[in-house]
Design a protein around this ligand. Structure first.
Ligand code: BES
Ligand code: MN
Ligand code: ZN
Length: 500
């Protein structure tokens, strides 16, 4: 795997070599230390800026080769817009751009973390560093050779020059944990399904034990005993056993009810007997992005010792067609006791979540639960790759998720749940059927189905991340196919509202 970007914080200083990154406000304004570090080179920058029409707008960049004798061989000037509008998202983006603008094989990177109106605050400098680490991620485990000139993360170490290095280092500690969580989630999503089948996924989740997370794995026998026939029906056509993993982080008060996260972990979704078309089916190795996010989130929470009790539950199956596979028309009895008629074996995510959600509410009586699932193509039709679909039975939880989304840039958009949709999933033979039978409101009928498996009126939100979990919007802090979407969002939700 590509070596992760290493972060160091130093006092304000100008590097003697390598790549220097400086920040520039709208109107070509520099901070006072930056001006000092640039010296005469500033005239060169102003000349280039004029020619390139660079004015310091947020997200713009100017990349210069410096002549011999000027210290660093490259200078990258990043626009940061109006200094008083510089948000947390801007700090992340700036870090991402700093790394992204450096070509392969350039030297080490030093970023002078200063805006025209003064040094970045320790938290801002730490966010900038997080942005660089996330941008530097690359999944190259299966690349045995590299094409010449292909972009490689250029710098191994990014030095962020700040006013107070020890304060920035302290602020970075929690970001480093979040970065690790996002990277874990991305790795899991990118991994192919021949390698990452349910029990291998469970083995990797077990590695969270070294971060202080308690991990329990339910095998097929244990799930059969619990009556999880909706989940087991999906996995019964596969040569690989299904599994459920329960992760617990106890950073809160003893006995405090936990927050809970539930993930769809379909390690590969062929559609089953209702088989999918061949084109693009390879993407269905990412149908476990919800589960990957839950693992990454638990790692992040444990890594930064979040003061909260949290439970993560992931349902792991492979949806295959075979002689033992579930058929359309089959009727299964879920753990809740409700019977489900299978209309389409490709609507499998809701089946495994039905049991996982019921189990989680009954077993842990959480404050709330949030599930994440690459559940429907319909949500991509509705929202594209810009927002994940949010469905909730609780307005407070929904608005908190929306706020956390705006803060982190992992955006969610609320969609309706309503009894009017129920008739679409009422079954002729069983209590409920697993598809609406038409293409209308496909993401909503899926969510409405899940709503029937929420025990005891537990506050619950469902995030349909089919458009966000993989092959999503490329951003300045993500160039990876598996995006790790949701780790930062849910970490933020916990940090802002649920830590003691
Ligand atoms: N995993 C898919 C949804 C999906 C599609 C995720 C594209 C990411 C990208 C899910 O299991 C599925 O197959 N859903 C069906 C439901 C239908 C059969 C009611 C769909 O969306 O077509
Ligand atoms: Mn499917
Ligand atoms: Zn699926």
């Amino acid at each position: 795997m590509a070596a992760p970007v290493k972060i160091e914080f130093s006092r304000f200083s100008a590097p003697k070599e390598g790549v220097l990154v400086v920040l520039c406000g709208e109107g070509l304004e520099f901070g006072s230390f930056t001006r000092k570090a640039l010296g005469d080179t500033r005239n060169y920058v102003l000349r280039a800026a004029k020619l390139e029409r660079f004015t310091g707008k947020s997200g713009a960049a100017l990349s210069l080769i410096l002549p011999e004798g000027r210290g660093p061989s490259r200078l990258i000037v990043l626009g940061t817009g109006k200094p008083d509008k510089f948000s947390q998202k801007d700090a992340l983006k700036t870090g991402g751009l700093a790394l992204g603008k450096v070509p392969a094989a350039a030297g080490e990177l030093t970023v002078i973390a200063e805006l025209p109106n003064g040094a970045l605050k320790p938290e801002q400098a730490a966010d900038l560093a997080l942005g660089a680490v996330l941008r530097g991620y690359e999944f190259d485990r299966y690349k045995t050779k590299r094409k010449d000139g292909e972009d490689k993360p250029a710098a191994k170490t990014v030095t962020v020059a700040v006013a107070d290095p020890s304060a920035a280092t302290a602020a970075y500690k929690s970001r480093a944990a979040i970065a690790q969580g996002v990277i874990t989630a991305r790795d899991l999503v990118n991994e192919p399904a021949n390698v990452l089948y349910p029990l291998e996924f469970a083995r990797r989740a077990r590695e969270l034990k070294k971060h202080g997370v308690e991990v329990e794995v339910l095998d097929v026998k244990a799930m059969r005993k619990l009556g999880m026939n909706a989940l087991l029906g999906v996995g019964q056509g596969s040569a690989h056993d299904s599994a459920m993993v329960i992760m617990r982080w106890q950073g809160g008060k003893k006995g405090d009810e936990p927050v809970a996260f539930v993930g769809k972990g379909v390690c590969f979704d062929t559609g089953g007997i209702s088989i999918k078309p061949a084109a693009g089916m390879e993407d269905m190795k990412g149908d476990m992005a919800g589960a990957a996010c839950v693992v990454g989130l638990m790692q992040a929470l444990a890594g930064r010792k979040a003061r909260v009790n949290a439970v993560g539950v992931i349902a792991l199956v492979e949806n295959m067609p075979s002689g033992t596979a579930q058929r359309p028309g089959d009727i299964v009895t879920s753990m809740s006791g409700q019977t489900i008629e299978i209309i389409n074996t490709d609507a499998e995510g809701r089946l495994i979540l039905a049991d996982a959600l019921w189990y989680t509410a009954k077993k842990f009586k959480p404050k709330f639960m949030v599930d994440l699932a690459t559940l429907t193509g319909a949500i991509i039709i509705a929202l594209g790759h810009e927002h994940a679909g949010l469905f909730a039975n609780d307005d407070k939880l929904a608005s908190r998720l929306t706020e956390a989304g705006l803060a982190t840039g992992e955006l969610v958009w609320r969609m309706p749940l309503a009894p009017e949709y129920d008739k679409l999933i009422d079954s002729k033979f069983a209590d409920v059927k697993n598809t609406g039978g038409s293409r209308w409101a496909g993401a909503i009928t899926a969510a409405q189905f899940l709503g029937r498996f929420i025990a005891d009126k537990t506050p619950w939100a469902h995030l349909d991340i089919a458009g966000a979990g993989f092959d999503s919007r490329q951003t300045d802090i993500n160039k990876s196919w598996g995006s790790g979407w949701g780790v930062r969002l849910l970490d933020r939700l916990v940090a802002d509202y649920y830590e003691r």
